[in-house]
Design a protein around this ligand. Structure first.
Ligand SMILES: *Cc1c(COP(=O)(O)O)cnc(C)c1O
Length: 351
């Protein structure tokens, strides 16, 4: 099949998943967005194979597809939103845990009388969502009205001061109400260490859970390749025009049309200037592609990243290859570098 392909060494990938899961205390695989390039359903299946009892999704709308393939609990990571009907309905589901990040929302849920399952989010230095340290006591007063599943602490990726912040917030939260601690972006060793450090005098660590997305699904780069099919090749002479925008080609060479464009999430590096007529004249005189305002593409041909002739379109891109190079064959697969958290591939192939 022609298109953009993610080829996966399934054995190797699953070995990596098992290694990460084995080291992560109470792992909660995170499955959201584009499914980290693999799709939500596939990751739900893999989480079940891994033996996870709980997975995390970002949004209420992601719960249904994940539940089709995963039999355990699903925690919704984005803050519960009282204005969303789906979010309200899901709090009635026994296998769904909602994250509550505002005192008013906790009040609403606690007053309902059916004790929905909730995690309560503590505001971190991310300054994204959560109840501030000063208000944790008021949150604790509301917990008898819900089924309290624990505190959630989402740390920045930044390393400096991370452990100290995790410890400080965990102590503040446990000081007002005991519960499990659900961490994001705290490495396994630090999570295990902190659980021990916060443990009681009896030596039992506090229960902790680690939520992992990128490092789990995409952490082993050696288990995958991403390629795109060459759809067409045309010879072009310096000074001839090509593309939607009819750009003047700055050198002799080939236009290689490859699968993959904006609909696959293939963007482009910032183009260099070449805005003025004078710049374009210099570019033309020197045959410099960068000076011509071309942008480097994520496609590799003959071992080198090549330049886009112009910004990518929906499903294909035009890449320039200098005349001295041997052009690829139509139908050939060439490497393409994808950011899998934003990419949509046409096919995931297992090898
Ligand atoms: C998305 C998300 C994660 C997973 O993030 P990665 O960087 O992909 O591991 C973890 N925790 C929370 C709260 C999230 O929203």
């Amino acid at each position: 099949m022609s298109g953009v392909t993610l080829r996966l060494d399934g054995e190797r990938w699953r070995e990596h998943l098992r290694t990460v899961a084995g080291a992560a205390p109470g792992i909660v695989p995170v499955i959201k967005g584009n499914g980290y390039g693999f799709g939500l359903r596939r990751l739900a299946e893999e989480s079940a194979i891994l033996g996870a009892d709980t997975v995390g999704v970002g949004l209420p709308s992601e719960v249904a597809v994940v539940r089709e393939a995963f039999p355990g609990d699903v925690v919704i990571l984005n803050p519960w939103d009282s204005s969303s009907q789906l979010a309200r309905e899901l709090t009635e589901e026994p296998s769904v845990i909602s994250t509550v990040s505002r005192l008013e929302d906790l009040k609403l849920l606690a007053a309902r009388g059916d004790r929905p399952r909730v995690l309560v989010e503590v505001l971190t230095s991310m300054q994204r969502h959560g109840i501030s340290q000063n208000d944790l006591g008021r949150a604790a007063d509301l917990l008898p009205g819900v089924r309290f599943e624990g505190w959630t602490i989402h740390l920045p990726l930044h390393v400096d001061g991370r452990y100290a912040e995790a410890e400080r917030l965990a102590r503040a939260a446990l000081g007002v109400a005991p519960g499990s601690l659900w961490f994001s972006h705290l490495p396994s060793e630090e999570t295990v260490g902190l659980a021990r450090q916060l443990g009681g005098a009896d030596g039992d660590p506090v229960p902790v859970r680690q939520r992992v997305g990128t490092r789990l699904w995409l952490g082993d780069k050696t288990s995958r390749t991403t390629t795109a099919t060459v759809l067409d090749v045309h010879e072009i002479k310096r000074g001839e025009r090509a593309g939607y925008r009819q750009r003047v080609c700055p050198a002799d060479g080939w236009i290689v049309v490859v699968a993959g464009g904006t609909s696959h999430g293939i963007g482009m590096e910032a183009p260099t200037s070449a805005k003025t007529v004078r710049h374009r004249a210099i570019a033309f005189a020197t045959g410099s592609l960068a000076a011509a305002g071309l942008a480097l593409s994520p496609y590799t041909i003959n071992g080198k990243k090549r330049w886009f002739l112009e910004p990518p379109h929906m499903q294909s891109s035009q890449v320039f290859l200098p005349a001295k190079e041997k052009p690829p064959r139509i139908g050939q697969e060439i490497p393409v570098e994808l950011r899998l958290t934003t990419a949509t591939v046409d096919c995931v192939a297992w090898t």
